[in-house]
Design a protein around this ligand. Sequence first.
Ligand code: ACO
Length: 334
Amino acid sequence: MSKISVGIVGVGVHVPEKVLTNFDLEQMVDTSDTWIRTRTGIAERRVAAEGIATSDLAVEAAKAALDDAGITADEVDLILVTTSTPDMIFPSTACLVQSKLGIAGCAAFDLQAACTGFVYGFTVAAQFIETGMYKTVLLIGADAFTKYVNWQDRNTCVLFGDGAGAVVLRRVDDGYGLLSSYLAADGSGADLLKIPAGGSALPGNEYSIENNLHYVQMVGGEVFKFAVRILPEAGTKALEKAGLTVTDVDYLVPHQANIRIINAAADRLGINKEKIIVNLEKYGNTSTASIPLALYDLYASGGLKRGDVLLFVGFGAGLTWGANVIRWSEGGGR
Ligand code: ACO
């Protein structure tokens, strides 16, 4: 018996209201709008207000996705939140989202794969439906990295923004939806991008605060080289698994870290720039939320049609990387 096909039947996003522009950052650290634009492609990012946590962003995106799918929260069998900036170590952000949605009983858990989270999450979530265990999964990619950047460190604070994107996954027509996934990791690169304190290796304490160890640390140049190499590799591997090539791709939806990474990787992949969805100029790097936020822009523009082939590619801390190939189904169309 062939596998059940799983696709996106609703999409929703949420970003905080507060916009922090490059010009605002010029007042905070030794940087310039020109440097940030030319080195990253970012013009502004959204910043969650004090007291607003990842689950608050996630629940708004979730409500929008449920609404778009035309289903109610109590029809959800599983809430899967991908995040590296959970509200707290435990309980999971997925449980907090469940409570904020006013439902109880369905399964809920978090998955952490940094900026590759949404690709990992899609792959994991789909399997619950493919196996027949669940009918409806709410997958949310949400991060609030601005809570974890050192606003005195120009190397990192200009890069990140906050946001959330959610999709509702359900059975779709055979041959549509998720065609293939490719996931990978290399833990030997763990030191290249991390938040050292706050976990069991170094619980937050006076020492960690004095030494800024509760903030994002990144070896930017190494992450850059890794990303340029891995983005085309992951994309190609997932396409091969689906029996497709890059010429079959209608839209590449990459993790939005840096326009130079996306352009260099696109050249290696040999994909036409018009097929690449880029919105990092307005949101910065929103980590696991970046792929659904970019997908939403495409979706809301009305540009997607039944049968379009989408390639999601993520890469990030871990190191982790991966890709999903999706054939857009009518259920997810407006
Ligand atoms: N404003 C002005 N100057 C800056 C800034 C800034 N905001 N940040 C760094 N610089 C300076 C550096 O100090 C350095 O100065 P120096 O030569 O006097 O030491 C100079 O600019 C050049 O620095 P580089 O690191 O060589 O700049 P680069 O061209 O590599 O760009 C960047 C830096 C944008 C961080 C790039 O390396 C990059 O994008 N890396 C990948 C980042 C990324 O994708 N991270 C997220 C991964 S996903 C995840 O899991 C979260």
